[in-house]
Structure formats: C-alpha cells, structure tokens
Design a protein around this ligand. Sequence first.
Ligand SMILES: [Zn+2]
Length: 164
Amino acid sequence: MHQLHFKLESTILNANAKFRENQLSRGVFMKRTDGKYAIKRTRSGLGFFALEPIPKGKKIIEYTGPYITNEECEQRYGKYFFGVNSRWSIDGSPRSNLARYINHSCAPNAEAIISGRRVWIWSRRNIKAGEEITYDYGKEYFEDIIKPMGCKCVKCSPPRVDAR
Ligand SMILES: [Zn+2]
C-alpha cells in the first residue's frame, strides 16, 4: 500500500487551541456526539481514543477531506495528506476529519484500508474502552518523518513503569 502521509506538529497545536472551548475534562479535547470516541492528550500530542469496546474487523471512522493531486501535495506544508492512488490524495486537514488524530504505531490495533478513493480505518483486533486507536502510517512515512525524530509508539518506546 502506497501512502503519502505528512503531518506537522504545528497544525495539531493550532487545531488544539480551537478545541479548547469543547474541553470536557482534563486531557479530553473533544468527544464525538455519539460518545464513542474522544480526542485526548498523549505522550506525543493528541490521539484518538475509543470510549467503548470495538470488535475486531469493524469500520471505525472514515479519513475525509477534499481530493487534491499528488503534485499539489508536494507543494503544500502543514497539512495532512493521505495518498489513495498514483494520482490523488485526500487533504485531511479539515477540522471535521477526526481520523487525522489517529497516531502511528508499529504495533497498531487498527489499519487504514483504501476502498476505491475512500479511506476507512478498521479495527484489526478487539479494542478495549479507553485504548488509543492507532494504525501503521506505512514504510515511506515512517522512514522519512517518524524515524528521524524517534518513534514514540508503545512498541518502540514503552511507557516507563515508574512514570506516574
Ligand atoms: Zn514505533
């Protein structure tokens, strides 16, 4: 699966400020009205969390946004892009695209599956209430963006037992 997937911390922080008015409790920035998911603080920024158990093999959320050409992607910065084929990417930067808060993990509990030109995040195992939802951003993104900064996923940098 080819993925072109760039995001910058500054974009997350800007979005963050806008969500302040929706803050529900410490560390929770937004809850979907259906109450199934929440955007919460993680060790590395914000993340997308399940509030209810999700069974394996279930569609969780669609990665949405306008389509732009891959050429346009290369000229833009501070955006979220998801490459769907050799020509088109989704610009995932709109605030309504909650899937953009899903972080990368090398041991993910979900996966992004491209269906035609649409992208859905599916659970790849049973996910417990309270768990952060993650997927693998792909080799290209990992090598170019994550690896140089050091991957902060649970597999690469497990939380310290004494960190409380
Ligand atoms: Zn990792």
